[in-house]
Design a protein around this ligand. Structure first.
Ligand SMILES: *Cc1c(COP(=O)(O)O)cnc(C)c1O
Length: 448
C-alpha cells in the first residue's frame, strides 16, 4: 500500500497560500534515501552519486542532495548553469550529454566538470572548442586542471574526462534456463561508443594528457531488479580490465549511470539499494581487485531512484461527468505530469481524507487538455470522489514537473517543499500568463 507523505489537513492549510495543482517534495524522505544510497556504496571510498538534474531541475533540491554528498549529472547549458548557481561545481559535476553544442563543452570545462564523451569524434570537437575558447579568452588552460600534462606539456583537454560505452545487441538479465528478463536494446540506442572505438578513444585521450579517465554506460531504465547494477558493473569492470591490457590505461572511475527504478505499482517489488550496493561490491572484488584496479571509484547518476517517491502532484477534483464511462476532471493535466500520457505509465492515486474508504467506484481521472490521452488513471478503482476532494498523485518527484510543457496554454505549476519540521516552503512559484506571453515581447505589433 502506498501512503502519501501528506494529509488532507496539511493540504487544506497549504492551499490557503499555494493553490492546486502543485508538486510537493518530502525533504525527510529525500535525505534519508540519499543517506541509504551513500551507505550502500560506502565500501568504495571514491563513491559519488551524481543526481540526474533533468529528473528534478530545482536548485533547492540540488542543494539538499549536495548537502548529502551528491553531485549533479547535467546534459545541457541550462542544467550546467543550474548546477553552478546551486553551488555544485568542479568534479561534483558530470556532463553526460549527447549531440552537444561546442559552448556547452566549454561551459562544463569552465566550471571544472567532468565531460563524458558520447562519441569518439567528439575528441577533436572538444579540442577545437577548447582551443577556440582559449583564443577568445573565454577559457584559460588553468580551467582544465592544475599543472602540466604527465609529459610536461600544456593542457589541451581537462585533466579528468570520461567516455560513454554502448555494448550494442540486447541487454538481458538472468541466466539461460531461468526466466530471462529482457531489459533494453542498446543496439538501437543513439548513445555511446563501440568497444573498439572506446579503446581507441582512451589511447588518444591519454596521449593528449588526460590523466584521470572513466567509463559510463546506461543500458536500461526504471529497472525493478537488484541485479541490474551488478550485471552492468560486471560488463564495465571486465571492459576496464581489457582497456588496461589493450590501451594501457587504468581507469580512475566507473559510472553506472541511471536506471535503478522504483515501484510505481503498489504491489510491485521494490529495489533494495543495500543489496544492490553489495552486489556491485562482490563483482568489484571478483573482477577489478585481482586485475590491480582496486582503486577505481564507483559513480552513479540516478534520477528516478533518488527522487520519484518523494514527490506528489496534488490536484483537486473540479468536475464529474457520467457518459459511457465515469469521469473525474481535475485541475492538473498532462502538462504537469506527462508520464501517463506519454508512456501509459501507472501512477498511484490516493483521495486525501479517504485513505481508508473502500474503492467502490471505477473512474477515469482526467485533465483539461484537448487530447484524449490526458488521463492520470483509466478504469481505476477508487473511493467515491466528491467535487473539491484533493487527489494525491504518487511518485512524481522525478521526471514529473521537469517534463512539463505548455500545450493548450496550460501553465507550469508551483513546486513546494515539505521541510523536516513539517513546514512548507515554495521552491518555485507557479507560472503566470505574463511569463507565458513573455517571449512575444512586442510581437503583437508585427507588420503583416
Ligand atoms: C536520464 C539519465 C539519467 C537518470 O536516469 P534515471 O532513470 O532517472 O535514473 C542518468 N544519466 C543519464 C545520462 C541520463 O540520460
Amino acid at each position: 500500500m502506498k501512503v502519501p507523505f501528506i494529509t488532507k489537513e496539511q493540504v487544506e492549510e497549504i492551499v490557503k497560500t499555494y493553490p492546486t495543482p502543485f508538486h510537493i517534495y518530502d525533504e525527510k524522505g529525500i535525505r534519508e534515501n540519499a543517506r541509504a544510497m551513500n551507505k550502500a556504496f560506502s565500501w568504495n571510498p571514491g563513491f559519488k552519486e551524481y543526481f540526474a538534474v533533468k529528473a528534478t531541475p530545482n536548485p533547492t533540491i540540488l542543494r539538499i542532495l549536495h548537502e548529502e554528498g551528491c553531485g549533479t549529472d547535467c546534459s545541457s547549458m541550462a542544467e550546467l548553469i543550474l548546477s553552478e548557481k546551486s553551488g555544485v561545481t568542479g568534479y561534483d559535476v558530470m556532463f553526460s550529454s549527447n549531440e552537444t553544442p561546442a559552448e556547452e563543452f566549454v561551459k562544463c570545462a569552465k566550471i571544472g566538470g567532468i565531460i563524458n564523451l558520447d562519441d569518439i569524434t567528439h575528441i577533436d570537437f572538444v579540442l577545437k572548442a577548447i582551443e577556440d575558447a582559449i583564443s577568445s579568452g573565454e577559457l584559460s588552460r588553468e580551467d582544465l586542471g592544475e599543472g602540466l600534462t604527465p609529459d610536461g606539456k600544456e593542457r589541451r583537454l581537462p585533466k579528468r574526462m570520461s567516455c560513454r560505452f554502448n555494448p550494442g545487441g540486447i541487454f538481458q538479465l538472468g541466466e539461460s534456463g531461468e526466466a530471462v528478463q529482457v531489459m533494453d536494446n542498446p543496439g538501437d540506442a543513439k548513445y555511446g561508443m563501440t568497444k573498439d572505438q572506446i579503446i581507441e578513444a582512451y589511447k588518444r585521450l591519454s596521449e593528449l594528457g588526460v590523466e584521470e579517465l572513466g567509463i559510463h554506460s546506461f543500458l536500461a531504465s526504471n529497472t525493478l531488479s537488484n541485479d541490474y547494477y551488478p550485471a552492468l558493473a560486471k560488463i564495465l569492470f571486465e571492459l576496464a580490465v581489457e582497456i588496461k591490457e589493450k590501451a594501457g590505461v587504468s581507469l580512475s572511475f566507473i559510472n553506472l549511470s541511471g536506471g535503478v527504478g522504483i515501484a510505481y505499482q503498489p504491489d510491485a517489488p521494490s529495489n533494495d539499494i543495500a543489496v544492490i550496493g553489495e552486489g556491485v561490491h562482490k563483482v568489484y572484488d571478483e573482477v577489478l581487485v585481482p586485475a590491480g584496479l582496486g582503486n577505481v571509484s564507483i559513480f552513479t547518476e540516478l534520477g528516478r531512484f533518488m527522487l520519484a517517491p518523494y514527490g506528489h502532484l496534488i490536484t483537486k477534483a473540479v468536475h464529474e461527468k457520467h457518459i459511457y464511462k465515469e469521469y473525474i476532471g481535475v485541475d492538473a493535466c498532462a502538462a504537469n505530469l506527462m508520464r501517463p500520457a506519454m508512456y501509459g505509465s501507472y501512477h498511484h492515486l490516493t483521495v486525501l481524507g479517504k485513505e481508508e474508504a473502500p474503492a467502490t467506484e471505477t473512474y477515469d481521472v482526467v485533465g483539461s487538455l484537448c487530447e484524449n490521452n490526458d488521463k492520470f488513471a483509466i478504469d481505476r478503482k477508487l473511493p467515491k470522489i466528491d467535487i473539491g476532494d484533493y487527489i494525491c498523485i504518487h511518485d512524481t518527484g522525478a521526471h514529473g514537473f521537469s517534463m512539463g510543457y505548455n500545450y493548450n496554454g496550460r501553465l507550469w505549476s508551483s513546486e513546494l517543499l515539505l521541510r523536516e519540521d513539517k513546514s512548507v516552503i515554495c521552491i518555485r512559484r507557479a507560472e503566470t500568463l505574463e511569463d507565458y506571453f513573455a517571449t512575444l515581447d512586442n510581437y503583437w505589433e508585427v507588420e503583416i
